[in-house]
Design a protein around this ligand. Structure first.
Ligand code: OXD
Ligand code: MN
Length: 581
């Protein structure tokens, strides 16, 4: 089925190991997608939703033990342990391969093996990279169709280029005791067994486009990041592109599809991506970005008319819902959507208000990007878009101001490396604990963080036209535990300041930890944020920040000798500025 010998040999080896009944090469056609949906409807993998209100929409209920990424079962298997770093679980490649071989042996007996050639990024972009996922899950095939450029065109590119990421996936028995997600970055290879859930099973996403791609990006001189991409259009028609990194389930999708407040006449946000961004320095010295994905795999709970009207508008047709609740008339429902009461919870049981949330907190929608009303055609541009600003952000109740700007590239890298956030339901572990999540890549960096920071720092000398770097925090709370900033569409006010800083047409206040807006420079027209609250949102508590800088220092030192000296120097500079303040 392919002219590429390396691909055919691998397929033959996997066939011999896993013993499928059938092999299906995915062509990516609409008919194939329909066939997959019909198959899933007939075997219980899909439940049909109300086809009058939601044509082409289906619900998938995953195994209740298989509802999120599993960081504790995710490994980076480099030949040297130090190359994976303290930020990853590590196994020696031989050991990992032999464990996985035992799991995969005979696992596709009685099943069809699907071969999915896919391209991450526009099919004709030099920034794109291809992969082939082998899976025994038709749910994965259907999702990959929406999330990637999948099928014949991708196969042609793979045959032309001769290189591709090999991803082998089986749902196995969905037994949490027999579940592993292994990455072999040196061989551009992924093996995932025992989970059918998103990030564990749709291998193009976190496994390829972040873990493997981050490793590959370092060797090839580019960046693979956990970032959304938006175009911010101002009333004069100028568009500035912004890439922003936030940890999982911290509002990337909402920000990516934001509708500016009503007093922002003539402003518009264009959506290019909500999760992953690949960037490379162009001939003009600017960073050019593509979104390697073709769809959104977004968190459903909290998505509502008020928080993300564009997302709601794209979810009433041709979407796959995973682990949401259902109303009596068969419509998808989740907490925060509206005040209807669902009939059935995410497990398919009659809804019991005392029995926990109706939709799983990490329930998801999968939908093709072009269905988003704010979708930008530029998402298909082979050359990508030039990035004016990089924004880092975490979920921090205290300490971290609404927005600050770094004074240099290296300072921006320190801001990214020092990021911390309260954990969310996107991973199976405890929720709400503050952890360091550098560049929002803690679960996704395919190599040692110290080397990753060094890679980021290496760009400083590469060009004089790099984006400015900012840090934001939408989640600060007052002493009564209330959010101080309204968030959602109102974040436009902060984005405007960021864009104006990029154009050098607004000033800033220098503080020891970076530049913040003059309080009057963030437009508060139409929102009930008092000037005193704004002042507090931008306030720097010098004493508390001294403690934070100590904690950052300890964190950086936990990477030992590999921590780049330039990052240490930068931290010392900020610590000194705080001591002098
Ligand atoms: C995601 C995640 O699914 O970050 O995007 O967990
Ligand atoms: Mn993500």
């Amino acid at each position: 089925m392919t002219t590429l010998k390396e691909l055919q040999t691998w397929i033959d080896q996997v066939t011999e190991l896993t013993q499928p009944d059938d092999i299906h090469w995915c062509d990516g056609s609409e008919e194939e997608y329909r066939g997959m949906a019909d198959l899933l409807l007939s075997n219980g993998g899909f439940v049909e939703l109300n086809q009058e209100t939601h044509p082409g929409c289906y619900l998938h209920r995953s195994d209740p033990s298989d509802v999120a990424r599993v960081e504790h079962l995710t490994f980076v298997c480099t030949s040297q342990e130090e190359d994976a770093g303290p930020n990853n679980n590590w196994l020696a490649p031989d050991e990992a391969r032999s464990r996985m071989k035992d799991l995969f042996r005979g696992c596709m007996q009685g099943r069809t093996m699907y071969v999915i050639p896919y391209c991450m990024g526009p099919i004709d972009s030099p920034l794109s990279r291809c992969g082939v996922e082998i899976t025994d899950s038709p749910y994965v095939v259907a999702n990959m169709k929406l999330m990637t450029r999948m099928g014949s065109a991708a196969l042609r590119r793979i045959e032309r280029e001769g290189t591709f990421v090999k991803g082998l996936h089986s749902i196995g028995e969905l037994d949490p005791e027999r579940r592993f997600i292994m990455h072999f970055p040196e061989d551009l290879e992924i093996q995932s067994f025992g989970s059918g859930y998103g990030g564990n099973a749709l291998l193009g996403k976190k496994c390829h486009a972040l873990r493997i791609a981050s490793y590959q990006a370092r060797t090839e001189g580019w960046l693979a990041e956990h970032m959304l991409i938006v175009g911010v259009e101002s009333p004069d028609g100028e568009v500035h592109y912004v890439a922003a990194a936030f940890p999982s389930a911290c509002g990337k999708t909402n920000l990516a599809m934001m509708i500016p407040p009503s007093n922002y006449d003539g402003w518009k946000i264009w959506t290019l991506g909500d999760d992953i961004c690949w960037m490379r320095v162009g001939d003009d010295g600017r960073l050019w970005a593509i979104n390697p994905e073709a769809g959104f795999f977004g968190v459903a709970p909290g998505t509502a008319e008020k928080t993300n009207p564009n997302a709601l508008a794209m979810l009433d047709h041709d979407a796959i819902f995973t682990n949401v609740a259902v109303t009596a008339d068969g419509q998808p429902w989740w907490e925060g959507l509206d005040d209807r009461v669902p009939a059935t919870d995410w497990k398919g049981n009659p809804y019991d208000p005392d029995g926990g949330p109706a939709a799983h907190p990490n329930s998801r929608f999968t939908v093709h990007m072009s269905q988003c009303p704010s979708y930008s055609e530029k998402a298909e541009a082979p050359e990508g878009v030039p990035i004016s600003a990089i924004v880092f952000g975490g979920r921090r109740e205290q300490l971290v101001p609404l927005v600050m700007e770094s004074v240099s590239w290296n300072h921006g890298v320190l801001m990214g490396a020092a990021m911390a956030s309260e954990t969310t339901a996107a991973n199976i572990d405890t929720v709400g604990v503050v952890r360091r999540d550098p560049m929002a890549m803690k679960p996704f960096c395919g190599y040692n963080f110290a080397d990753y920071w060094a890679h980021w720092l290496s760009f400083a000398g590469a060009s004089g036209h790099l984006p400015k770097i900012f840090h934001v925090n939408w989640f600060r709370k007052d002493s009564d535990g209330r959010f101080m900033w309204p968030g959602f569409g109102e974040n436009m006010r902060v984005l405007e300041w960021i864009v104006r800083r990029c154009k050098n047409d607004v000033g800033a206040v220098e503080t020891p930890i970076g530049r913040v807006p003059h309080p009057g420079d963030v437009d508060l027209d139409g929102i009930s944020v008092e000037p005193a609250t704004m002042k507090a949102l931008l306030d720097i508590d010098v004493e508390a920040w001294r403690g934070e800088l100590d904690a950052i220092g300890e964190y950086l030192e936990s990477y030992g000798d590999r921590t780049p000296a330039a990052l240490r120097v930068e931290r010392q500079r900020v610590a000194r500025a705080l001591n002098d303040a």
